[in-house]
Design a protein around this ligand. Structure first.
Ligand SMILES: NC(=O)C1=CN([C@@H]2O[C@H](COP(=O)(O)OP(=O)(O)OC[C@H]3O[C@@H](n4cnc5c(N)ncnc54)[C@H](OP(=O)(O)O)[C@@H]3O)[C@@H](O)[C@H]2O)C=CC1
Ligand SMILES: O=C(O)C(=O)CO
Length: 307
């Protein structure tokens, strides 16, 4: 019985050490080593290898990231459980990034950067946090953690999810019928949705038109959720004031793309949050223990929903 780590050697070494301590009965392989595919019960990977079917005894397929949109479930046998990454390191980094992004957009940092380049020393009108509603598309693990960190700033906070939810201090909306009401009250929109058939292209001209004039976008979900042309139009018309994008389509954003030099856009290269090996290894070990005890892993993907 063995675990296969199909990713970078540096994080693999951290996993190997943790597994040796905590699960000494389980053989551990890095993808650079020769393996007997029949031994592999657990596979951790970003992309599913084309020849995954050779792991005929596979039980759990772990994504090394929080997202699982890179998995094509049709290539993975139905009995294999898919597990997304739920771990403290990725959560903490996303908390930092969302706080950074919201404050950057709230305190007009893009406009001040533009002024700096032109040598302009001039205060711009400000809004109080209490007057600026932050609206989260998605109210899952990462959005809820980010909301916890934002609460001390006293922004009103709302969120929109697929199913009905109650979260203290958050005005909750759910389902397509409530999307419009959610958007109409949102001044800074944070996208933390998984990429699925339903969320692909969700950040489009119609959605932007439902946001109040002067709204801002912080996009940390997945590139294909955003219609980039519609964003540029909404920014150029002045309806949206600014956007901060950690994800684009494609990635990397091609040389010369309009978004690179747009004065109302900040781009980071998909670095909002990255799986941290020490904490992630503990989370995967805990999930293997749960699975062995006949319990579902934390982060089990619902194949019908796609996340
Ligand atoms: N840029 C970066 O560095 C990173 C980006 N990510 C992205 O963040 C995403 C979210 O991660 P995480 O918080 O762990 O995911 P979760 O699965 O915990 O949460 C997803 C949330 O989205 C909601 N949702 C899904 N589909 C719909 C829909 N059709 N309509 C309305 N709401 C919907 C879910 O609703 P419900 O609660 O009802 O199920 C849930 O609240 C990842 O999938 C990944 O794409 C993740 C890590 C790093
Ligand atoms: O964990 C994820 O899904 C990411 O996007 C990390 O880069």
């Amino acid at each position: 019985m063995a675990f296969l780590f199909n990713s970078d050697a540096a994080r693999g070494a951290v996993f190997r050490e943790a597994f040796a301590c905590e699960l000494p009965d389980l053989e551990f392989y890095h993808c650079s080593e020769a393996i007997d595919p029949e031994k592999i019960r657990y596979l951790l990977t970003w992309n599913v290898p084309d020849d995954v079917s050779r792991f005929c005894n596979l039980e759990l397929l772990f994504s090394i990231g929080a997202g699982v949109d890179q998995f094509n479930p049709e290539t993975i046998p139905g009995h294999v459980k898919l597990v997304r990454m739920v771990e403290d390191g990725i959560i903490r980094m996303m908390q930092e990034y969302v706080v950074l992004g919201v404050l950057t957009l709230h305190r007009e940092m893009l406009a001040y950067q533009g002024q700096q380049r032109r040598g302009v020393w001039q205060a711009l009108p400000t809004s109080q946090a209490t007057d600026r509603r932050i609206g989260f598309l998605g109210l899952g693990m990462l959005a809820q953690a980010a909301i916890d960190r934002l609460k001390p700033f006293q922004f009103p906070i709302a969120a929109w999810s697929r199913s009905e939810k109650t979260v203290e201090g958050v005005t909750c909306f759910h389902g397509d019928a409530q999307l419009g009401n959610f958007l109409r009250g949102t001044n800074i929109l944070v996208c933390l949705l998984p990429l699925t058939e339903q969320t692909s292209g969700i950040l489009n001209a119609r959605l932007f038109s439902l946001l109040p004039a002067g709204a801002r976008l912080l996009h940390v979900g997945r590139g294909p959720q955003l219609d980039q042309g519609a964003l540029i139009e909404a920014l150029d018309s002045g309806h949206l004031a600014a956007a901060m994008l950690d994800v684009t389509d494609p990635e990397p954003l091609p040389d010369g793309h309009l978004l690179w030099s747009h004065p109302k856009v900040i781009i980071t290269p998909h670095i909002a949050s990255v799986t941290q090996p020490h904490t992630a290894a503990q989370s995967v070990i805990e999930n293997i223990r749960r699975h062995r005890a006949g319990r579902n892993p934390i982060g089990l993907v619902d194949r019908t929903l796609g996340y």
